[in-house]
Write a protein that binds this ligand. Structure first.
Ligand SMILES: CC(C)(COP(=O)(O)OP(=O)(O)OC[C@H]1O[C@@H](n2cnc3c(N)ncnc32)[C@H](O)[C@@H]1OP(=O)(O)O)[C@@H](O)C(=O)NCCC(=O)NCCS
Length: 177
């Protein structure tokens, strides 16, 4: 297994899209248009704007087993992301304390093998080199990934209702002082 960034790889974007669709909370779409809108909302802006913060876990045969899409400064990314992700500003008062954010997805057939953990550790290590002070992820209150994030040092910082969903902001500081 090898971790590379999208910027330094020849990977076909469709592999990343397939992992996104394999692991996403929505599994059926009314049309192809709806499906591609979903990808354009949650995945494409990260691939296009911050390819150096897209971490890929590559199998020895070169295929992608999982990926992390990151953003170093959620506040600066506001103009890019908030028009696409309607809930983006729900927790914006925490962007100063936990500037970076991430999404992480591992193909179901490779889950539970430590890939998600290695992807997050790779992102954290780069953020620390750049002295980014904190990191957050947004999830929902009923999601199985809460335990995963807790194991990786995140804590529940805030909980809010967005439409019919209870969202959690899970954050961690990257420096102790
Ligand atoms: C969440 C996800 C990224 C975890 O990736 P993974 O490669 O399966 O996780 P890892 O194997 O690296 O697990 C790291 C640690 O978290 C724990 N963990 C992982 N998923 C867990 C779960 N659902 N419940 C409890 N603990 C969990 C593991 O046991 C492991 O603990 P350890 O270090 O003590 O052994 C993956 O399950 C996934 O893609 N899920 C669907 C999409 C998703 O929810 N993404 C996150 C929201 S954006």
């Amino acid at each position: 297994m090898q971790i590379v960034t999208l910027q330094n790889s020849q990977v076909n974007i469709s592999e990343i899209e397939n992992i996104f669709l394999d692991t996403s909370s929505i599994q059926s779409f009314k049309s192809k248009h709806e499906k591609y809108n979903f990808i354009d909302k949650w995945l494409t802006p990260y691939l296009e704007n911050w390819p150096e913060l897209v971490y890929l876990a590559l199998h020895q045969n070169g295929s992608v087993m999982g990926y992390l899409t990151g953003c170093k400064c959620s506040l600066s990314a506001k103009d890019e992301l908030s028009p696409r992700i309607a809930s983006y500003l729900t927790f914006d008062e925490y962007f100063a304390e936990y500037p970076a954010h991430l999404h992480v997805n591992v193909l179901s057939s490779f889950q539970g093998q430590g890939l998600g953990k290695i992807l997050i550790q790779s992102f954290i290590s780069d953020l620390q080199k750049q002295t980014v002070k904190g990191l957050h992820a947004i999830t929902s209150a009923d999601s199985a990934n809460i335990s995963f994030y807790k194991k990786l040092g995140f804590q529940v910082v805030s909980q809010k209702l967005y439409k019919k969903w209870t969202l959690l902001l899970m954050g961690q500081y990257l420096f102790s002082n």
